[in-house]
Ligand binder design. Sequence first.
Ligand code: 4AD
Ligand code: MG
Length: 461
Amino acid sequence: MKRKTVKEILKNSGELTGKRVDVKGWVRTRRGNKNVQFVALNDGSTINNLQIVFDLSKFSEESLKPITTGSSIHVEGELVASQGAGQSVEVLADTLEVYGTSPADYPLQKKGHTMEFLREKAHLRPRTNTFGAVLRIRHALAYAVHKFFNDKGFYYFHTPLITASDCEGAGAQFQVTTLPLQELPLNEDGSIDYSKDFFGKMASLTVSGQLEGELGATALGLIYTFGPTFRAENSNTPRHLSEFWMIEPEMAFYEIQDNMDLAEEFIKYCVNYALEHCYDDIKFLNDHFDHELIDRLKFVVDNDFVRLSYSEGVKILEESGKKFEFPVYWGVDLASEHERYLVEEHFKKPVILTDYPKEIKAFYMKLNDDGKTVRAMDVLFPKIGEIIGGSQREENYEKLTKRIEEMGLEGMDWYVDTRKYGTVPHSGFGLGFERLVQFVTGMQNIRDVIPFPRYPKACEY
Ligand code: 4AD
Ligand code: MG
């Protein structure tokens, strides 16, 4: 017989009732009495379990012994309307094959493990309800990202993961080298001789695909990247990973207003896609962890984001009378507590903050006429803080080369060539994929929305 997933069986239970089905999965629980045993079977296709009924007139107690929490089995039997509450259909088993037993030391025996415990068992945690739900939602969001941009005529542009440039200029890069660390080749002045390294120069893992993305946008018009991103900042927060995924659209002929419109439409599309396609999983997370989750997601989809300048935002913070851990003044790089005050307490809506002081933003952002601020835009979200960072780019060759010089950046000839030959106004932004997954799942810690999180002192598997 052809195997069906639990999801297929439950979805088509109407037409399958009264028919034989073939199903395979992992045992969540087994309970019952001398006459009948009930097994909750899950195969990962959905949060919902399929109930398997073993009639002990057909199966010996001995033959059911290997069916313990975590074991893997294959069952055939008739799908029937369920007698009990809690499920609409169940399978009356007539064959049983045990693929793998699961001894009593299986770590996921009970419900209600802490997230910290499960993080230490990250090799098994996808088998829990919570992580199953998060990972299915993560998949749906990734698909929504590609669908959104594809449907809008954007091209998926692959930027390199190993690079010789530092896009954000924050110096938080992981170096890539094959040089012998015990015996580094040195120049006469004592510095490291990178000409002997694999690429003949110093190379790193990328912190952003944007600069290369701009090369794509100034040729193909509309592009997006979606790939791994690496940052070696020593940030032990619930919102930072050392390896995360970023989506970076880059659009020729877009000014900052167009950029904000796209960012808002994009996030709403993704959140709405998850609500429409992952409702069972979101409902599970809503009921077990975060009772306001569904309301919060609907609120974001249904309401306009507030748009205001950094200067206006700082004024609101200064006048709030609130005691922040980090002081607020014009010129400060806003901390998460400031961003969340604006979003959660003042406006009670997502906020797009624009026109930041140039000193706290990257070199490539377009300078405003005031000479002090740049055309940056950060999208700030409830619970998360910054979810998107973006800007209109400096398209003026002289201004850009001056800024590159001021900041002492080298080896950028290829980048400024886009401004030398047929420059155009253009804009883009970066969405931290895990921050989006965090928002949609309501998970408290970003380490719990990626299968194998990397953060300082943690690189398991
Ligand atoms: O604001 P960032 O640093 O912007 C850029 O990298 C630009 N080059 C994007 C662009 O304009 N194309 O990062 C963008 C987003 C942040 O808003 C945040 O959501 C996420 O990436 N992010 C992180 N997510 C998880 N862990 C980290 N360490 C992150 N750093 C940034
Ligand atoms: Mg940023």
